[in-house]
Write a protein that binds this ligand. Structure first.
Ligand code: NAD
Ligand code: DAU
Length: 353
């Protein structure tokens, strides 16, 4: 049994909470520290089932604040970092790009510095795992896939900030020999997803009989992966990935937004006992997102053939489980859509719906 301390940043967010849960339950011998600033997207309710676990701890820290980051590293002496903390929503990056530079770029460099300083005498058994996105590769046309060799070509302030953070991670490996791995994943969905993103926003609006805002012509395409499969991929790469390398993670599961929204409406009509076709009547085409990337599609062959990871849940199954979770967790949904969510929703959609 190897005793390890792992700091997981952004553990109160959507994906981070699933990663924390997997590690806390699967590795009782590890100490798991959740380092999170609890922004609008961070919510400790996401972790209420494991908060009392003996191998779990929480530190409220903003990664932009270097002295705070260094103090937590000195206190816990981590062997591994799994870095998920980020500003993650593309639409918010269009209105507030600097927030994305601070957290995603400066915050990542602060963590890299803290790891380099702590580990400088011995990198043996250490790992800095940077969790990134397929959006760093830019946009595809109607064919082709992003591979690990695809050149970076980010378009939104969000993807530019994530691309910059990836480059800093490689720079620390090349310059200081820091032991790193990266994962670049496609669109996640599942329980605890903040309802600013397409799937939970549509679920929330169907429940409340509100318009379903589809950007542009709805033909934009994304590759969707169930969040627990992403957490499994992070576990696999953190433990078995080759240092210095990156792994693309995706579901081989492409959907045009409009088809996805129709499937979601069909499943929700059934679950809510509504006449077929009721929810689809709420679909409203609205002003497009500026610089909207047409299509993302991940080639996940490398992680599959080298490390044996593959998705475990089909999209129809995962979407159904996700909708069920939202219907059973109305209190969670009410809490996160109170207060500042209303102001965000107004400013994002009031001119278009
Ligand atoms: P999220 O927005 O749900 O959660 C982000 C978390 O980071 C929150 O808990 C928030 O409180 C925390 N955080 C934000 N700024 C911070 C700061 N300055 N200091 C400390 N904590 C801070 O994000 P998510 O969707 O769970 O994404 C997690 C990571 O995975 C991100 O790095 C994102 O780029 C990446 N990613 C997301 C997706 C996706 O589909 N959601 C896909 C691929 C990669
Ligand atoms: O590809 C991985 C990325 O996926 C992650 O790195 C990001 O953190 C994550 O937010 C996600 O980015 P997207 O921009 O693809 O996700 P979002 O849910 O915002 O949008 C998905 C698609 O749906 C996109 O084509 C825009 C569209 N959309 C979105 C919203 C919020 C709509 O048509 N209407 C909407 O109201």
């Amino acid at each position: 049994m190897t005793k390890k301390t792992i700091i997981i940043t952004g553990g109160a967010g959507f994906i981070g909470s699933h990663v924390i849960r997997l590690f806390v339950n699967k590795y009782p011998e590890y100490k798991i520290i959740n380092l999170d600033a609890l922004t609008y997207a961070g919510n400790l309710e996401n972790l209420k089932d494991i908060t009392g676990a003996a191998n779990y701890g929480f530190e409220k820290v903003n990664i932009v604040n270097a002295p705070e980051v260094n103090a937590v590293f000195a206190k816990h002496q981590p062997d591994g970092i799994i870095h998920l903390a980020a500003e993650s929503h593309v639409d918010r990056s269009i209105t507030s790009p600097l927030d994305f530079v601070y957290t995603n770029v400066v915050g990542t460099v602060n963590l890299l510095n803290a790891a380099k300083e702590l580990w400088k005498d011995n990198y043996e058994g250490k790992c800095f795992h940077h969790v990134s996105t397929d959006e760093v590769y830019g946009a595809l046309g109607t064919t082709g896939f992003f591979t690990e060799e695809t050149k970076y070509d980010p378009h939104s302030p969000y993807s530019a900030s994530k691309a910059a953070s990836d480059h800093f991670v490689y720079a620390y490996a090349d310059t200081y020999g820091l032991p790193i791995v990266l994962t670049n994943c496609s669109n996640n969905y599942g329980p605890n997803h903040f309802p600013e993103k397409l799937i939970p926003l549509m679920i929330h609006n169907v429940i409340n009989n509100k318009p379903l805002p589809v950007y542009g012509d709805g033909k934009y395409t994304r590759d969707w992966l169930y969040v627990i499969d992403h957490a499994r991929a992070i576990d696999t790469v953190f433990h078995n990935g080759k240092k210095g390398e990156k792994y693309n993670v995706g579901g081989f599961n492409e959907w045009q937004n409009i088809d996805l929204v129709h499937l979601l409406c069909t499943q929700m009509d059934e679950k809510l006992g509504r006449e077929p076709g009721t929810s689809a009547k709420l679909i409203t085409f609205v002003k497009d997102r500026p610089g909207h990337d047409l299509r993302y599609a991940i080639d996940a062959t490398k992680i599959n053939t080298e490390l044996g990871w593959s998705p475990s849940v089909t999209f129809e199954e995962g979407l159904s489980k996700t909708i069920d979770w939202y219907l059973q967790n109305t209190e969670w949904l009410e809490h996160v859509t109170n207060g500042s969510y209303q102001a965000y929703y107004e400013s994002q959609y009031s001119n278009s719906i």
